[in-house]
Design a protein around this ligand. Sequence first.
Ligand code: M6R
Length: 596
Amino acid sequence: MCGIVGYVGNSEVVKALIKGLEALEYRGYDSAGIAVHTGKEILVEKKAGRLSNLKEALRRREIVGRCGIGHTRWATHGAATDENAHPFLSVHRRFAVVHNGIITNYLPLKRELAARGISLRSDTDSEIIAHLIDLFYDGDVLAAIASVVRRLEGSFALAILAASEPNALYGVRKESPLLVGRGRGECFLCSDVSGFSENCTEVAFPNDEVIVRLTERGAKAYDLDGKSLPLAFARTECHRSMEGSEECCMLSEIHEVPASVEKTLRSYPEEVVARLLREEHDEIAILGCGSAYHAGLAFKATMRELAGVRVTDYVASEFLTERYVGGEHPLFIVVSQSGETADTLRAVKRAKEHGATILAVTNVATSSLVRLADETVLTGCGTERAVAATKSYSAQVAALLRICLQYADIWGKIEKTELARYLAELSALPHKAATVLEGERTLADACRRLANASALYCLGKGADYAAAKEGSLKIKEVSYLFSEAYPSGELKHGTLALMEAGVYALFVATDPRLTEKTASSIAEVACRGASTFAIASEGSAERLGADEVYPIPDTIPAFSPVLSTVAMQLIAYYVGIYRDCDVDRPRNLAKSVTVE
Ligand code: M6R
């Protein structure tokens, strides 16, 4: 959610910043901008809309320098306009600032600035930061930044240029991510490791409220009193896998589901996880946001069905505000593709205050979540570029299923023969997911009809309901078609009132034990005029009586979300395409949600 880059060194800065922003555009694409120190002054160029608009503007305007900052925005305060785009120049043009996060006390600070005759040119919470630094500046940049940091409430990662220092840039963070990179004769700032160039050979992760000053010779860190601090760099191989490609990511990432599941299972760190699972915990909880939370719901269903264990599920943002009534020594399994989601990270901190042990399931080894967690299971997806989580969701579920089986084994919840059968079936999932993908054309055809629905309801029971929730999120996210998920048995308690011609009911029906019940729900919907579509296991497809059925391979019902959601990911993709949506960059969203 907003991406920040900074560069100082021997290379041409505009090129370096744009390359970094290309890699970070997935974090927000409401606007993009750069500020460059030319040696004489700070110049800013910024444009609303995709990064391509900024690039176009820079083709018409030559800016040359060796030191600069850049930003790609996901709007929180103020619409996506040129005026609200970052960077912001301070009132006397002495500072330029880019910001990721939310300043929660910006209104009183804005009033304070107004009282001193400084009015804002934008509607953002970020612009005040540039003016405040200018206001506090009395010849000492570090001290001015420190004074402002003391005044700011909320979350922030900042990159700052000072007109008085043509060959330096500053960075500071609190709860939002900001990394420092070092190469030969150059230094970098970036919101995450994916934005660093391959010339960046070492990376450091500054703590909250540590100010870093970067020059081509290296990076130094200071506390808010100006005292020098150590900054630990680790060797890292950086490569920008996302550089500027325009090809469609979502579809290719759906096709990477089998490989992602396979790699996740193959690299599962059995010993590491066993250590945590063997500990006595009085609560097992799953926590995440969006698709990561939905992966947790699949885990919850599996733990109940296969291990007979109750799991508490927490949406991270809710967990932050509700009273905690869980265990005294809980195990929190925290799921996050990026490992940078603000709600999730805050929730982890809160859970730790309650004595929780944290097992992270994430795709990013260098993420903040990994640093907060006691142990980590890495999903083997490679970079996921499309905003919609697809292969990462599938890999998360695979990892969680593996955790479930290991837990059940350690605590004697399943027979060894059962365990062997389940493990064998788990290994078969990548191949079965590939089979689901083989029917892509059939699904694409059906989506021509689904795309014209007035609304779409995703329905299921048990693990199928967990999968329906994920499918429904995917559909609304990339196609903007109204979609909601319900347990199919709940229909008759209200939602059936909405069933009529034009509406589609999409049933996930993979559990053969529930086929008759689902068939009844399908009949109830159909006789009210709604169209019915079912994603069903081969074994039950015939008996459902839906208008259209897409069969997927049979598996253990608790494992089925790995397969049924692949079909729904394809449905979301094609419905989005037929409704003319930018499926890789859906409106109002960003890949990594680093604000609360
Ligand atoms: O990086 P995370 O897994 O923590 O992200 C959580 C959600 O923001 C994310 O899953 C979101 O719901 C996706 N866009 C869904 O496709």
